[in-house]
Design a protein around this ligand. Structure first.
Ligand SMILES: [Zn+2]
Length: 290
């Protein structure tokens, strides 16, 4: 694709665009990324915002090619401005081209957060202290995992075995208080900022959901094993996603963990895995301690 410089056009349209995009009060109108310039990156961010792409990735220039003709030009700017002004169609097509912004549906029930129906525990969304009490290794012999999660793991374990690999549960359900002991132990050892990169604060651990587990060894040396590669390539077939993928540390809030998987069901696992996004990106949510 080829992209032309749009500075002049964008400056002219800035007043119309600025109402839809938050920007610092002292910045140029239309300078969506606050870098002191109004250019094609800002148009990409504005278009991304309208399309409901939450990351506002300034490199996502393709989003600005609203009519998908391979160029970012005045027609695209007109369509964006028309959309903001509530004029649904402009230019060559009678159909509205830009979808309404669609954020995730976030529902809290008994202190538990569901995003588009998916139970979420991360740095932004915590579980109540008593969540999952009653799950335990000793009572049901399935590591405190939910029945669906444990059944899916057993199926995956059989699949791995057929391929010549041995998988086992290294850590399943962890209670709030067990996580509290773990976390504060790490804080004492490494300091809080370091501990926060690899261990969840109590209430924020996905292990407390009963839907997540660590396989074989929860240690970075496991990354380079054949078992870790097998998990990465096959876990989606059994309904699991790698929850903390490599390169997504700033989205998930955690370092890469080749051993930690989360059960989401086969359909969603396939969609998330094929998207190349981590779960936070896929759902349009964040993960940091507020
Ligand atoms: Zn884990």
């Amino acid at each position: 694709m080829k992209f032309r410089s749009l500075t002049g056009v964008v400056l002219a349209m800035g007043a119309a665009l600025i109402s839809a995009v938050p920007a610092a009060a002292d910045s140029l109108p239309g300078d969506a990324d606050n870098d002191g310039k109004v250019n094609v990156a800002d148009i990409a961010m504005i278009a991304s915002h309208i399309k409901g792409i939450r990351s506002l990735d300034k490199d996502n220039y393709a989003a600005a090619d609203v009519n998908e003709d391979g160029n970012i030009d005045v027609t695209d700017i007109s369509m964006i401005a028309a959309h903001i002004k509530g004029i649904k169609a402009i230019g060559s097509s009678d159909e509205p081209v830009i979808n309404e912004p669609k954020g995730p549906e976030i529902v809290t029930k008994d202190g538990v957060t569901y995003v588009d129906g998916i139970l979420i525990a991360n740095k932004s969304y915590a579980l109540p202290e008593n969540y999952g009490n009653g799950n335990s290794y000793t009572s049901d012999n399935s590591f405190g995992l939910t029945p669906e999660t444990y059944a899916a793991f057993c199926e995956m374990q059989s699949g791995a075995y057929r391929d010549g690999y041995s998988l086992w549960v290294c850590s399943g359900y962890r209670s709030y208080w067990y996580q509290s002991d773990l976390y504060w132990g790490y804080v004492n050892r490494d300091g809080q900022s370091e501990a926060d990169t690899y261990s969840a604060r109590p209430g924020h651990s996905e292990h407390q959901t009963g839907l997540a587990l660590d396989i074989n060894y929860a240690d970075s040396w496991f990354d380079n094993t054949a078992e870790a590669r097998w998990i990465a390539e096959n876990c989606a077939d059994y309904g699991f996603i790698l929850r903390y993928p490599k390169g997504k540390e700033d989205k998930t809030g955690y370092m890469y963990e080749s051993w930690h998987v989360r059960y989401v069901g086969k359909e969603l696992a396939r969609k998330v895995t094929d998207s190349g996004l981590c779960l936070e990106e896929y759902l349009g949510i964040d993960s940091y301690y507020h």
